[in-house]
Design a protein. Structure first.
Length: 299
């Protein structure tokens, strides 16, 4: 599927994002609180994912759970298109060249990581706007264009790429683990006699989400904190100087477990997100095959 992987990857990503976005909201709020370096965020206001969701709904209203969703949908529509398109097209080229042989796991990891980095770099500005909109709950939700203009006016173009490095590193880890894990797990389940059906897709995608969460969480915490920080106009300083500095500072002031802050909502989001994403992607593939008249649909 030369172009279908791009289109269906974007559609599947937007579907998964829309369903799981409130969980992402709670993850962001949990990750930015407790920072010793930023007095405005030192207080631990939220106590877990459920408490965060209920507190946000109580204090800000139900729709606040979807603050920044337009940025997230724009990002996923672009990000999902790029990473899935690159991954599956290059994988298909490899398998065609080597007469249908499976690509080695190490190659799959490298391919997934590379696709993630490219997609992440392109979509970092929308991610920055999403994080700041979710974190700044006291302000009115800005439009995409106005948010873009405000950030560039105050912080320059660099402001749109605040946290681009940890964002790319997280994308490399998540995609290097998540997509190959899904492919390999699905392949092994099919080899073990399971059918190419929804239960198989569900199991493989949930396991991929769990591993992706475990490996990416410390970088995700660093990414969120770096994206949320703003340049101090008076002193021209930033709280964190880079990914390593953020991770070390967080571990030093808050303890190593703080690097996995928000893990529960991360997995509660990434697990269902992966399930929604890969199952949607598989359904789009079935739809594509049916539209081409090659088989009877079995959604």
């Amino acid at each position: 599927m030369p172009w279908e992987a791009f289109v269906y990857g974007g559609l599947a990503a937007m579907t998964a994002e829309a369903i799981t976005f409130p969980i992402d909201m709670s993850k962001t709020r949990l990750q930015i609180q407790g920072q010793v370096a930023d007095p405005s965020l030192t207080k631990l206001k939220y106590r877990g994912m459920i408490h965060t969701v209920f507190t946000v709904v109580k204090e800000e209203g139900v729709m606040s759970l979807f603050r920044g969703s337009k940025f997230a949908l724009l990002r996923q529509g672009t990000y999902g298109t790029i990473r899935l398109g690159i991954y599956y097209n290059l994988k298909s080229l490899y398998e065609s060249r080597y007469h249908g042989s499976d690509m080695p796991l190490l190659y799959l990891v490298a391919l997934g990581g590379t696709a993630g980095i490219i997609g992440s770099f392109v979509t970092t500005p929308t991610d920055v706007m999403r994080v700041r909109t979710q974190a700044n709950y006291q302000a009115k939700t800005p439009g995409i264009l106005s948010s873009f203009i405000n950030i560039t006016k105050i912080e320059g173009i660099n402001g749109l790429y605040r946290g681009a490095v940890p964002n790319a590193q997280r994308a490399a880890i998540v995609n290097g683990v998540q997509i190959p894990t899904y492919d390999v797990t699905k392949r092994n389940l099919l080899s073990a006699g399971f059918s190419d059906s929804k239960p198989t897709h569900f199991s493989a995608s949930l396991f991929a989400g769990f591993l992706g969460s475990c490996f990416s969480q410390p970088v995700d915490v660093a990414k969120t904190r770096m994206m949320n920080q703003k340049l101090n106009a008076d002193k021209n300083i930033k709280l964190y100087k880079g990914v390593i500095d953020t991770i070390l500072s967080t571990a030093r002031h808050e303890g190593v477990p703080a690097l996995w802050k928000g893990f529960v909502p991360t997995f509660c989001r990434l697990g269902p997100w992966n399930v929604c994403f890969f199952m949607s992607y598989e359904q789009f593939k079935i739809l594509d095959t049916w539209l081409k008249g090659n088989t009877t649909p079995s959604f």
